[in-house]
Design a protein around this ligand. Structure first.
Ligand code: ADP
Length: 710
C-alpha cells in the first residue's frame, strides 16, 4: 500500500472520529453527520485506488486470496490494499433484515467522558421501538489490524452500535480484531483477541495431518473423514512402498494423489499424480515439505460440477472448550465439468480444484447476485437443492458437525501448549477466540471429507471481477456479504464482554449433554441479545454435544500431564530432567525399565522428532514427541491390548499418581472442575495441572489464558 494511500486513510479516519467525538459530547449535529457511517470521501479514496489499479496483471499481483487465507508467505502477511468503504455499504446493508444503525431519532446521548487518548467514552441510552434499552457503555473494538476483514467488520460494528478504533487506541479496547495472527498487535494485556497463538502453525497442512493422524491411531473409525495422507519428504519411502503394494494387490485400480505444499494456500503449487515418481522435486532432488493425499475420485456433483463447502467455525474458548458453527456457509464450484481423473485431465485445475482464487480466472466463472446460482453460492442453497432430490440433509449436516468437533478436538492439545508458552501463567494477557474456515468436500455417497482448515479464512465481501478484457476491479459480492457479515457480527455478539461474563458465571453454555445432534431449522438461540438484530447464525455444538465427543479427548489429557512438567515459562519443549521427573512422579520406571532406559527413550524420540520438525529452533521434547513416548510406554506396560485401551490405562496410572502427590503436597480443589462454567465442558481430565487448576478459579482469566483470519 502506498504511503499516500495510508495517509489518506488515516486522515479520513480521524475526520470520522472528530464527528463521533462531537456527537458523544452532545454537540448538535445533523442526523446525517452523527451517523456512524463513514464519510463519502472514504469511498472516493477507494474508488481512486481501484481506478489506479486497472492493469489486470499488476492488480492480480496485489490480490488477496478469495476464500482461502490472508495471503501469506512463510507465515508473513504480504502487503495488500486495505479495502475502504464501498458504495454499497454506505449504510445500506444488503442483508435485508439488518437495521440501519445511525445514532439518530429516538436515541439520546446521555453522557460522554474523555478517555486518556482523547477519545470519548460514551454511555449511550437508546430508546428502541419505544422501549428503553439497558444503559451500558459501547463495546470498543480496535480494528487497526483487521486487514481484509475490515469491511465486514465495520458493518458488523455499526450494526451492533459498538465503537470502532480504526487506528488503535492508547488505552485498552474490549476487543482486538487481527487480520493474520495473535501477534499482529503486541503487548495486549487485557480484552479479547480474535486469534489464538499457534493456530496458524497448527493448521499448516503437515501439522494438521499429524494431529489428525494421532487421533486416527487411537480412533480410526471416528477419524476416517480425513483422506489418507503422507508427509513429505520424511514419508516418501513409506508412500512409495504402500502404493506399490496397492498396485501389486490389484493392478486394475487406478489411484490418484493430490500433492499440497505445506504452507500453500489458494491452490498454489497443488498438483495431481498417479505415481510416486511423478512427485516434483526441487534443486538437489530434495522433495519440498508437502502433504501427499489420497485424491477423492468420486465427489458429489451438482450440475456436473465438483464443489466444496467453506464453513465458518468459531472456537470461542479452549478451556472450557466451546465451539460454534455458522449455519450458513459458502459452496465454491469448479468451472469445468468433472471427470474422474485420467492421465489426460490430471492438469485440468478448473475441473479438479474448487478454489475460488483459481476458478475466478476461468472464462466460465459465473458471478451471480443470487445466492443459489453461479460459481459461489450459499451452502444452504446447495442443501435445499439436495433436499429437493430426496437427500437426507439432516444427516449430512450432523455428519459435518461431528467432523468439525472431532477436528477441533484433535487441535486443542497443542493449542494449549502454544497458549501457555505465549501467555504463561501469571502474565497478564487477553482472552482469545478465533473464526476458522473449514473446507469440506461431500463424496458421492454424501460422506463429508475434511480437506483443510484455514486459520485465516477470507472475510472479504467483495470479489475481483474482470470488468473489461484484462481489467479487474473489486465489486460487491452479495453472497459473501450475506454469509460473512453475519459470522463476524455474531462472533462479536458472543464475545460481548457483558454477554461473556454472564455466560461464564451463570451457565455451562450449552444444552443437555445427552442431546443427540439435532439439526435446527428455526433460529431459537436464547442468548438474550438485542431484539433488533437478526437471530444468531452461529450454533453452539460444544459443549452442547459433550456427551458424544468427550471420550475422544485423550490426547488433551496427555497434554495436561505434559504441561505440568513443562515448568519453565515460555517454552514448548520438555527437557530430559523434566521427562525423568515425569517418569519418576508417575512411578513408571521399574527393574525392567531403568532410568537409563528412560534417558535412551528420551534421546531416541526427541532426535526422531527433531528430524521431522526441521524449522524448529527449540531443543527438547515437543508435545507430539511426548505423545509418541506416552504411546510407547503404554504399549510396553499393557501389552496385547489395543492402543486406545493401553493409553487410557496408562493415563489412569499417571493421573492417579499425580493426583496423590498433589493432595500430599497441599490441599487441592476437588477433582471435578471448580469453575461452574466448565463443569460439563472441560477436558475430561481426572487430574489437573497446577496451571489449569488455578485458571479454573478465575473464569474470566481462564479463557484468557487457555484462549491464547482469512
Ligand atoms: P489450498 O489451501 O491450497 O486451497 P486445499 O487442501 O484446500 O489447499 O486444496 C485445494 C483444492 O483441491 C480443494 O479446494 C479441493 O477442491 C481440492 N482437493 C484438496 N484435497 C483433495 C482431496 N483429497 N481429494 C479431492 N480433491 C481435493
Amino acid at each position: 500500500m502506498s504511503d499516500h494511500y495510508e495517509r489518506v486513510k488515516i486522515e479520513l479516519q480521524q475526520m470520522k472520529e472528530v464527528k463521533n467525538e462531537a456527537a458523544a459530547d452532545g454537540v448538535q449535529l445533523s442526523p446525517a453527520s452523527v451517523s456512524l457511517v463513514p464519510a463519502d470521501v472514504s469511498f472516493t479514496a477507494r474508488r481512486d485506488q481501484s481506478k489506479s489499479n486497472i492493469n489486470g496483471r499488476s492488480r492480480s499481483k496485489s490480490r488477496s486470496k478469495g476464500d482461502g487465507h490472508e495471503r501469506q508467505v512463510n507465515g508473513k502477511q504480504l502487503p495488500e490494499l486495505t479495502p475502504q468503504k464501498s458504495d454499497y455499504s454506505q449504510g445500506q446493508s444488503r442483508v435485508s433484515n439488518e437495521p440501519t444503525l445511525h445514532i439518530k431519532g429516538t436515541a439520546r446521548l446521555l453522557k460522554g467522558k474523555t478517555a486518556a487518548n482523547g477519545h470519548v467514552e460514551t454511555d449511550v441510552k437508546c430508546e428502541h421501538h419505544g422501549k428503553e434499552a439497558k444503559k451500558r457503555r459501547a463495546v470498543t473494538v480496535d480494528t487497526s489490524k483487521a486487514k481484509t476483514s475490515l469491511e465486514a467488520l465495520k458493518m458488523s460494528i455499526r450494526q451492533l452500535k459498538w465503537k470502532e478504533f480504526p487506528i488503535g487506541r492508547r488505552t485498552a479496547c474490549d476487543i482486538y480484531w487481527h487480520g493474520v495472527s495473535f501477534h499482529d498487535n503486541e503487548n495486549i494485556i487485557s480484552g479479547q483477541v480474535n486469534k489464538f497463538p499457534g493456530m496458524i502453525e497448527m493448521l499448516r497442512k503437515i501439522n494438521l495431518s499429524r494431529a489428525v493422524r494421532t487421533m486416527q491411531e487411537l480412533f480410526p473409525e471416528e477419524y476416517n473423514f480425513y483422506p489418507r495422507s503422507w508427509i513429505l519428504p520424511e514419508e516418501y519411502q513409506l508412500f512409495s512402498s504402500q502404493i506399490r503394494l496397492l498396485k501389486d494387490n490389484d493392478s486394475t485400480l487406478k489411484h490418484t494423489f493430490i500433492v499440497k505444499p505445506d504452507s500453500g494456500s489458494q491452490g498454489d503449487g497443488i498438483y495431481l499424480i498417479r505415481e510416486p515418481a511423478d512427485l516434483r522435486v526441487i534443486s538437489g532432488s530434495q522433495i519440498k515439505q508437502a502433504v501427499v493425499q489420497e485424491y477423492i475420485q468420486k465427489p458429489l456433483l451438482i450440475d456436473k460440477l465438483k464443489f466444496d463447502i467453506r464453513l465458518y467455525v468459531l472456537v470461542r474458548s479452549l478451556e472450557p472448550l466451546e465451539i460454534y458453527i455458522a449455519k450458513e456457509g459458502l459452496s465454491r464450484f469448479c468451472t469445468e465439468p468433472y471427470q474422474e481423473p485420467s492421465q489426460k485431465n490430471l492438469s485440468h485445475v478448473f475441473m479438479h480444484l474448487t478454489n475460488y482464487s483459481l476458478n475466478v480466472h476461468s472464462g466460465n466463472f459465473v458471478h451471480s447476485d443470487s445466492c443459489s446460482t453461479g460459481s459461489k453460492r450459499t451452502f444452504s442453497s446447495v442443501l435445499y437443492r439436495l433436499a429437493s432430490k430426496g437427500v437426507d440433509i439432516k444427516k449430512v449436516w450432523s455428519d459435518i458437525i461431528a467432523l468439525v468437533i472431532k477436528t477441533v478436538i484433535a487441535l486443542v492439545p497443542e493449542l494449549k501448549v502454544y497458549y501457555q508458552a505465549d501467555i504463561p501463567l501469571g502474565k497478564p494477557g487477553p482472552t482469545c477466540f478465533q473464526i476458522l474456515g473449514f473446507d469440506i468436500l461431500l463424496m458421492k455417497n454424501l460422506k463429508p471429507v475434511l480437506l483443510e482448515v484455514n486459520a485465516n479464512p477470507s472475510m472479504r465481501i467483495e470479489h475481483e471481477q474482470e470488468v473489461s478484457p484484462g481489467v479487474f476491479e473489486y465489486v460487491p459480492s452479495p453472497v459473501d456479504e450475506e454469509v460473512k457479515v453475519g459470522v463476524i457480527r455474531d462472533t462479536l455478539r458472543l464475545m460481548d464482554p457483558a454477554q461473556r461474563k454472564q455466560h461464564v458465571t451463570s451457565s455451562t453454555g450449552g444444552g443437555s449433554p445427552e442431546e443427540a445432534i439435532v439439526v435446527e431449522t428455526g433460529s431459537d438461540e436464547k442468548e438474550g441479545l438485542a431484539d433488533s438484530l437478526p437471530s444468531l447464525c452461529l450454533k453452539q455444538v460444544f459443549p452442547k454435544y459433550t456427551k458424544q465427543f468427550n471420550y475422544l479427548r485423550v490426547v488433551e489429557r496427555i497434554a495436561t500431564i505434559f504441561l505440568r512438567f513443562l515448568g519453565v515459562k515460555g517454552t514448548m519443549r520438555l527437557g530430559p530432567t523434566s521427562f525423568r521427573t515425569f517418569i519418576r512422579n508417575c512411578k513408571l520406571s521399574s527393574s525392567s525399565f531403568s532410568m537409563a532406559s528412560v534417558d535412551i527413550l528420551y534421546i531416541d524420540i526427541t532426535r526422531r522428532w527433531a528430524g521431522m520438525l526441521p524449522d524448529s529452533k527449540e531443543a527438547g521434547m515437543c508435545l507430539q514427541a511426548f505423545t509418541a513416548a506416552f504411546f510407547y510406554l503404554a504399549a510396553r506396560r499393557f501389552k496385547a491390548l489395543p492402543l486406545r485401551e493401553q493409553v487410557l490405562l496408562l493415563l489412569e496410572v499417571c493421573e492417579g499418581a499425580l493426583e496423590g502427590q498433589s493432595h500430599s503436597e497441599k490441599p487441592r480443589p476437588h477433582r471435578s472442575h471448580t469453575n461452574p462454567a466448565s463443569s460439563q465442558s472441560s477436558a475430561p481430565t481426572t487430574f489437573s495441572s497446577p496451571a489449569l487448576t488455578r485458571r479454573r478459579h478465575r473464569p474470566q482469566q481462564l479463557s484468557a489464558k487457555a484462549n491464547t483470519e482469512n
